[in-house]
Structures are given as structure tokens and as C-alpha cells.
Design a protein around this ligand. Structure first.
Ligand code: ADP
Length: 350
């Protein structure tokens, strides 16, 4: 199901949660709403689910504007951060619950029971929780509880799957495994999915399309690659970068050993800042301890090292394959890829 939001405005008292918000979530795609806490992601999800009503604007499902009555006919699966399972029901009954209220005409009670059991078993197999169906939520780990909650959302074969920070209460390894499995299941079932997260790594790992938000506005939408390689503004460049960005004033770059920055943006009179991703900086030990940056720290995880460097007032973050020793002096050069921005943080086209 394709979901379109047109000029949506939503306020809570005097707080504007969403402002002139327009976007389209494509049928069968995995879309992520990404942004810092408080930027309006959950509000948007609740509008799509019909829990909230917009103050202005409209929501269309497959091109048709929806009102409260229509929402009752849209099959929506919703997964929350805190699992929200029924504590007095076993895993099986929690998953089966959305089906128990669904009537099937021409079907005896016994036949319906068998159909529900078959459906729950199928979903449990997909989520690898068949052995856990006889347990109460209190007898399950956080990850297992979330699997049950996802099963409950999937069992009624929803047109739309909405997930609000579903992995936030799980430890990282478990969260990553479950995230990747959900993505595989979503691809198989082709459910239109909207996933809310503040974690850029999660959004990059699973999304067909990312909608990056800030203060109730859409900053940029696109694939992870679009946002990484062609950020629309400084906010996007910084948010989508695992280690943030290094921001340097163009007119100061040469004095800090980054003459390539000055060269590349020489003709761009509007260019005030240049953003350098940590992975775009190449470091070499300075010959005979010559002029360069001092390594303040160099954290190595066996795969790569994250370095903090300082030269006078400028501090840089760089990522490389090998660690340096704190106190060592290094020279810094820049690979071609860098972005210029105006003083207001808008990208300049170069
Ligand atoms: P996010 O999901 O990105 O963290 P939310 O949609 O929850 O953001 O919130 C967007 C803004 O609306 C925030 O400023 C938040 O404080 C405010 N907000 C959310 N829900 C309510 C509410 N029920 N009452 C008042 N303000 C709210």
C-alpha cells in the first residue's frame, strides 16, 4: 500500500511536532524515519496509523484520502519499543490475539481454531520462536518478547507494518540480528513498512529509503547512498556519518595543512565551511617529527582505528586501518570527496 502525506501539520498545544510535512512511502518498501529525539517521528507514525489526526493536511492510502472511518478498514501491524505484550497470555495467545476477533464466514469454530494455530505456527517459524509459544512474557528475554510482538503484528498479514524504535530495548548484537531478520521477512512478504529510529546505522542497514527529519521538517529523503554521497545540507552530512564530520572554515584550511580544501573550493565564493568525513582523511607519520597534527588518542577495535588529532585550535577525527601512538605527529591529506557549505549550512553545488 502506498502512503502519502500532504502538507501535514500537527501541534501539541503550542509545540509544533510536524510542519508542512509531505512525503510518500512506496508500496512494498522498507522506509525509515530517521532523526534525533523529538523531531516528530513517532507523531508521524501515529498519524499514519490513525491514532492521531493531523491539524492540517491529508493522508492518502493508495491515492485515496483517508478519514477516521477508513482507518478501521486498513490492516495495520504496530510494533512498539516496549513490546506491549499481554502479560497473562502465553506467546501463542499473544500472537493469535489479533485473529481471535476476526470472523471468517462459512467456517466452524473448530476449523477457525485450526486455521489460527496454523497461522501462528507459520509466523513463529519465520521468527524462530516455535519453542517459546508456551511461555508467558515474563519467561522470555527482551529479544524473545520483541519477536512475539513482531509475530503479533505480522499474523494478520497487515497492509502496513509500523515499527517505533523496536530494537531500542535490546542489546546491540541481539538488536542487529533481529533487525536483519525482520528485513529479510519484510522482503519476502513485501509489506509496506515504516521503521522509526534515531540510529543512522540501523536505518542505513535496512532501508530502501530513508526520510531524515529534524524539528518536524523533512531534511532529505533518498537511499542511504544518496544521503551519504550527496547530503542536502550540513545537518544531513553530519547525521548520516558514523563518526560525525569535521567542519573546517575554507579560509583557514590551508593554514591547518589542508590546502586541497582551499584548491577545490577556490572558485566557490559562497563556500564558508567544508565538511570532511573522518574516513576521507589520510594520515602519515610526520617526517622527523615535523609539523603536523598531534595524535591525542587512537582507539583501535581490531578492524579500524578512530583517531583524535589536534593542531592549534583545530581538532579532527580521522578513521584509518592502524592505530597511532598518542603524542605522535602526523600529517593529514584529504581524498577528493568533500562537501562545501554556506555559512547557513546549505550545500553549495560544486
Ligand atoms: P520523536 O519520535 O522524533 O522523538 P515525537 O513525535 O515523539 O518525536 O515528538 C515530537 C515533538 O512533540 C517533541 O517536541 C515532543 O516533546 C512533542 N510531543 C510529543 N507527544 C506529545 C504530547 N502527547 N504532548 C505534548 N507534546 C508532545
Amino acid at each position: 500500500m502506498e502512503i502519502t502525506l500532504k502538507n501535514i501539520k500537527k501541534k501539541y498545544g503550542s509545540t509544533v511536532a510536524l510542519s508542512q510535512f509531505s512525503c510518500t512511502f512506496s508500496d512494498g518498501e522498507f522506509s525509515s524515519l530517521l532523526g534525533p529525539s523529538g523531531c516528530g517521528k513517532s507523531t508521524l507514525l501515529q498519524l499514519v496509523s490513525g491514532i492521531l489526526k493531523p491539524d492540517e493536511g491529508e493522508i492518502l492510502m493508495d491515492g485515496v484520502p483517508v478519514d477516521e472511518a477508513c482507518f478501521e478498514n486498513i490492516n495495520i501491524g504496530y510494533v512498539f519499543q516496549d513490546f506491549s505484550l499481554y502479560p497473562d497470555m502465553k506467546g501463542f495467545d499473544n500472537i493469535a490475539f489479533p485473529l481471535t476477533n476476526q470472523r471468517k464466514h462459512g467456517c466452524s469454530r473448530k476449523e477457525r481454531k485450526a486455521q489460527i494455530a496454523a497461522k501462528v505456527t507459520e509466523i513463529a517459524r519465520l521468527l524462530r520462536i516455535e519453542e517459546l509459544l508456551g511461555r508467558y512474557p515474563r519467561e522470555l528475554s527482551g529479544g524473545q518478547q520483541q519477536r512475539v510482538a513482531i509475530g503479533r503484528a505480522l499474523v494478520k498479514e497487515p497492509d502496513i507494518l509500523l515499527m517505533d524504535e523496536p530494537f531500542a530495548n535490546l542489546d546491540k548484537k541481539l538488536a542487529n540480528d533481529l533487525r536483519d531478520e525482520i528485513r529479510e521477512i519484510q522482503k519476502k512478504l513485501r509489506i509496506t513498512t515504516i521503521f522509526v529510529t534515531h540510529n543512522q546505522g540501523d536505518a542505513i542497514a535496512v532501508s530502501d529509503r530513508i526520510f531524515l527529519m529534524e524539528s518536524g521538517h523533512l531534511m532529505q529523503e533518498g537511499t542511504a547512498d544518496d544521503l551519504y554521497t550527496a547530503p542536502a545540507n550540513l545537518f544531513v552530512a553530519d547525521f548520516i556519518s558514523q563518526f560525525g564530520i569535521n567542519l573546517i572554515r575554507r579560509d583557514e584550511a590551508a593554514q591547518y595543512g589542508l590546502s586541497k580544501v582551499t584548491e577545490l573550493f577556490a572558485k566557490e565564493k559562497n563556500c564558508f565551511f567544508v565538511a570532511l568525513r573522518p574516513e576521507q582523511l589520510m594520515l602519515e607519520p610526520a617526517e622527523n617529527g615535523g609539523e603536523g597534527y598531534t595524535v591525542l588518542s587512537s582507539a583501535y577495535n581490531g578492524l579500524f582505528a578512530v583517531h583524535t588529532l589536534q593542531k592549534e585550535a583545530v581538532r579532527l577525527c580521522a578513521v584509518g586501518l592502524m592505530p597511532f601512538s598518542p603524542g605522535e605527529t602526523v600529517t593529514v591529506s584529504v581524498k577528493n570527496k568533500m562537501f562545501g557549505f554556506t555559512e547557513n549550512g546549505n550545500k553549495i553545488n560544486s
